[in-house]
Design a protein around this ligand. Structure first.
Ligand SMILES: Cc1ncc(COP(=O)(O)O)c(C=O)c1O
Length: 200
């Protein structure tokens, strides 16, 4: 169908290696999808699986004629990715074991936050199969997501991302991240419980 409509696909696969419970995030660069490869751009990077957010290092897989044009822009605007980040990434490529350990830690945090959120009246969420966020449904609380997030930040000092930031279909949801340690997640969940009990 995409072929018929002459569309390009930009596939952001940054979380593809951060999956749990044996789930696999299929990449559109897989040969199974080769029919769309002449109009496919895959984005990936070191930010997530190698915990290198802030090191500003990513990569693109795309048809060579597009890469040729991208190189012109890249060379004139940026010259190169930071050399210190490139050196760190070479080391990170040898850290598969550490990344797997990190994934196990994320999994424990995911299970913890999933159970805590679902135990709160008015909130429900699905168990994430990848990445490090829970997108929780707060519709029963009957409060706009931005108002909820701002008030939770102001009154309980817990930072979340309102679903409306992702577009109108995200309204009624709030995104919780579990990139911090489990002790802090516990404090955050305790504060969230009190906030809902006392402020909503
Ligand atoms: C969907 C998505 N794509 C890509 C990135 C990676 O961004 P960067 O490589 O700029 O850290 C992120 C990070 O938050 C993300 O959530």
């Amino acid at each position: 169908m995409l072929k018929k409509k002459n569309l390009w696909i930009i596939s952001d696969e940054i979380y593809s290696e951060l999956t749990y419970d044996g789930n696999i995030a299929p990449s559109l660069s897989d040969s199974r999808y080769k029919r769309c490869h002449d109009k496919l751009v895959v984005l990936d990077g070191f930010s997530k699986y190698c915990a290198m957010t802030g090191w500003r290092l990513g990569y693109i897989i795309a048809p060579s004629m597009l890469i040729d044009e991208m190189i012109k822009v890249q060379q004139n605007f940026l010259i190169c990715a930071p050399s210190i980040s490139q050196a760190a990434a070479i080391h990170a490529l040898d850290c598969e074991m550490e990344s797997k350990e990190m994934l196990n830690i994320y999994k424990k945090r995911r299970d913890y936050i999933f159970n805590r959120l679902n135990a709160i009246k008015g909130i429900k969420c699905l168990k994430p199969r990848g990445a490090f966020y829970v997108f929780a449904n707060i519709k029963q609380l009957d409060i706009p997501s931005r108002e909820f997030s701002l008030s939770l930040l102001d009154k309980a000092h817990v930072a979340t991302c309102p679903g409306i930031s992702f577009g109108t279909n995200g309204e009624g949801f709030v995104r919780f991240s579990y990139t911090t340690n489990i002790e802090k997640i516990k404090i955050g969940m305790d504060r969230l419980e009190s906030f809902i009990r006392e402020e909503i």
